[in-house]
Ligand binder design. Structure first.
Ligand code: NDP
Ligand code: MG
Length: 382
């Protein structure tokens, strides 16, 4: 039987790769709905190719353009946040959550509520709302299968294993484009340089997060929620070759690690097809060509964003909502040349210092708190 799939963020890097996998495995998947935000022309092409029941453009201003272009097709067109929430609420076999940022939180919440399994790329939703989403998933019997490569690696290392036997997990980091530079050299470095990731091809926001190493910090919070493990069991190491993605150490000192090419098709296909595996055509690792495997600690003085995020694991969820919100604002300002690279950390740290905590025990309170933290971050613009 084919799996019914919804792809949110279909016009992005991860979403496009998910659709590429589906294109090659039509016998396995059937696309029910797709969403995009601003890239209407790509969304239209994908809609015509996959002929889903629903297409959503979440940017309200673009709805008439989409309607006009898909006028002659038997596709239901929806728009805005409400359209996205509606699509996510349609029960399918798997929803690929590939929207970037906190914008993905509400649709993921809706999808879990409807009982749909999630192939989760959108780490920001879990950073901000893991304390709500993970218990909800458990209550609804929903599987959250990680797409983020390091978490997918840990997920794969743990197949057939028992979490009670785990001593620690380690997420690897490539080190980003500025590994060999110091903070003085990177303070004013332009977005064009920060966007050049050495090993992965990614959207703009996560590329900047990788350059500041906020990405690895967000990933430690993501890991804590996904795997329900304590801070003391989570660590991260720089591994510039990006061959090993995740490492699990067991209480008998055995180590199981996961190697894969640096192509997101590996974790995306694994998450979408789980518990099966798919044959995918990508360049494979030739072990004879690998000269060395290196590992090094993440220098917190050089990558303060990593430390800031890591410190928030197990703290009041308000801090991680604020961290995520302020970081999104800071990255946006940086990409617009309105904030220096070196001030991304400062803006986020100052926002966290300013917030007052409150109860975030339901979905609306998290949405409201995200707005509150964004406003503080904007008001503190450096
Ligand atoms: P992209 O920027 O390439 O794609 C983002 C997608 O989200 C696009 O479809 C975009 O639509 C849509 N989108 C943007 N803003 C909004 C909004 N406000 N509301 C609804 N939809 C929106 O990002 P990536 O594919 O690189 O990353 C997606 C997610 O996956 C991120 O959370 C990232 O951290 C995570 N991830 C990505 C990896 C990668 O290798 N790329 C690796 C691991 C995790 P449009 O383009 O039409 O504007
Ligand atoms: Mg990752």
């Amino acid at each position: 039987m084919r799996k019914l799939v919804t792809v949110l963020g279909a016009t992005g890097i991860v979403g496009s790769k998910a659709l590429e996998i589906i294109r090659k495995h039509k016998e396995k998947f059937y696309v029910i709905g797709i969403s995009g935000h601003s890239n209407v022309s790509l969304l239209v092409r994908l809609a015509i190719e996959f002929s889903p029941k629903y297409v959503v453009v979440s940017n309200l201003h673009l709805s008439s353009e989409l309607e006009q272009k898909l006028n002659n097709f038997d596709i239901e067109i929806l728009c805005g946040k409400e359209g996205l929430a509606f699509l996510a609420s349609q029960k399918t076999d798997i929803l690929v959550a590939a929207i970037t940022g906190f914008a993905g939180f509400e649709p993921i919440f809706r999808a879990i509520n409807s009982g749909t399994d999630i192939a989760l790329a959108n780490k920001e939703a879990l950073v901000a709302g893991g304390h709500l989403l993970m218990p909800l998933a458990k209550q609804k019997g929903v599987n959250i299968i990680p797409v983020d490569s390091e978490h997918n690696a840990i997920f794969q290392c743990m197949m057939g294993q028992n979490w009670n036997d785990v001593d620690s997990i380690t997420l690897t980091a490539s080190g980003g484009p500025f590994l060999s530079m110091n903070s003085k050299e990177t303070q004013k470095i332009p977005p064009s340089e920060a966007l050049k990731h050495p090993t992965w091809s990614m959207g703009a926001k996560i590329s900047i997060d990788s350059a500041t190493m906020m990405n690895k910090g967000l990933e430690t919070i993501e890991a804590a929620w996904l795997f329900d493990i304590g801070k003391e069991k989570i660590s991260a190491l720089i591994h510039p070759q990006s061959i090993i993605h995740g490492i699990v150490k067991f209480k008998d000192k055995s180590i199981i690690s996961h190697m894969a090419p640096t192509d997101m098709k590996v974790p995306i296909s694994q998450a979408m097809a789980w518990p099966e595996r798919l044959k995918i055509e990508i360049k494979e690792i030739d072990l004879l060509e690998v000269e060395s495997f290196n590992f090094q600690d993440i220098d917190a003085s050089k990558f303060p964003c990593f430390k800031l995020a890591y410190q928030l694991i197990e703290e009041d969820p308000c801090y991680s909502v604020a961290l995520n919100a302020a970081n999104e604002i800071a990255v946006h300002l940086y990409l617009d040349h309105k904030l220096e690279f070196g001030n991304i950390y400062t803006l986020v740290a100052r926002t966290i210092d300013m917030i007052e905590t409150t109860n975030l025990d339901d979905y609306q309170s998290i949405i409201d708190y995200d707005k509150y933290a964004r406003n503080i971050a904007i008001s503190m613009r450096l």
